[in-house]
Design a binder for this molecule. Structure first.
Ligand code: ADP
Ligand code: ADP
Length: 229
């Protein structure tokens, strides 16, 4: 069974206020293999965020089906949501909290019992012990991003999704972020990232889904990607 599966997944934004409606996903068919590092590759506006936001329960699909770790997002919304951790594109969250509070709040939202929260352990593994009680806004951009990954994983989901994780991130931070993600992958977590960089998808991912005008085609990085684009 796939980690993520979509059939005929379609999204039409209604527009409103004189705006025309917009077909963001035309009817996606996609299977992300369990244990893979899957890259969803496509230009801006291709529908990547829409797809992720539907999985995360943040955007309503128009039609079609999707499931996460075997749980249908309509029939088993709680289990399907509990099966993914999502790292958003923006860094702006939590500026008024400390790293410890941010992790505690997230754990609470996901119903992780107090006895099972490994807040300080997580902070230690990020090298954030000393900053546990500092404001998140005082952390470096790289550390904020690592903290977002840790927050996404606080309920130990089998699937981690990162939306454009390296957008606006310098080479050194990108390396650190990627090491953190690969550690999770080595522990068995299925990783899905969106990107509009061909090189990034080719370098980091073992399977690539090319999203174009709301459709997805799956290829292997060793295929001649340029030709198939
Ligand atoms: P949903 O069906 O998920 O509730 P809607 O179709 O109601 O989504 O769209 C949400 C709102 O975002 C709409 O009011 C729309 O006008 C607005 N919006 C329009 N274009 C964009 C855009 N490119 N990016 C973000 N929001 C937009
Ligand atoms: P990507 O993440 O690949 O850049 P998006 O999923 O953000 O693509 O957007 C896909 C298409 O849907 C774009 O044309 C975008 O302008 C449009 N869109 C995204 N969000 C909304 C919204 N809330 N309302 C209307 N249109 C939207």
């Amino acid at each position: 069974e796939a980690a993520i599966s979509a059939r005929g997944l379609r999204k039409v934004y209604k527009g409103g206020k004189g705006q025309p409606e917009k077909v963001a996903l035309e009817g996606i068919d996609l299977d992300v293999p369990r244990g893979s590092v899957f890259g969803l590759l496509g230009p801006n506006g291709a529908g990547k965020s829409t797809f992720i936001n539907i999985l995360a329960g943040l955007v309503n699909k128009t039609s079609g089906t999707a499931s996460i770790w075997g749980f249908d997002i309509d029939q088993n919304p709680r289990q399907s949501r509990a099966s993914i951790g999502v790292v958003p594109q923006e860094l702006s969250t939590d500026v008024f909290f400390t790293p410890r509070e941010g992790l505690e709040i997230q754990a609470g939202l996901y119903g992780v019992p107090k006895s099972k929260r490994r807040t300080m352990e997580i902070l230690r593994s990020l090298g954030l012990e000393d900053k546990a009680e500092a404001y998140v806004r005082t952390l470096s951009g790289g550390m904020k991003r690592r903290l977002l990954v840790a927050k996404a994983m606080v309920h130990d989901p089998p699937v981690l999704i990162l939306d454009e994780p390296t957008a606006g991130v310098d080479i050194e931070l990108r390396k650190q972020l990627w090491e953190q993600v690969m550690e999770l992958h080595e522990r068995g977590v299925t990783v899905i990232l969106t990107t509009h960089y061909l090189e990034e998808a080719q370098e980091l991912c073992d399977t690539i889904g090319i999203i174009h005008k709301g459709n997805v085609r799956t290829v292997q990085p060793k295929d001649e990607l340029i030709k198939s684009l």
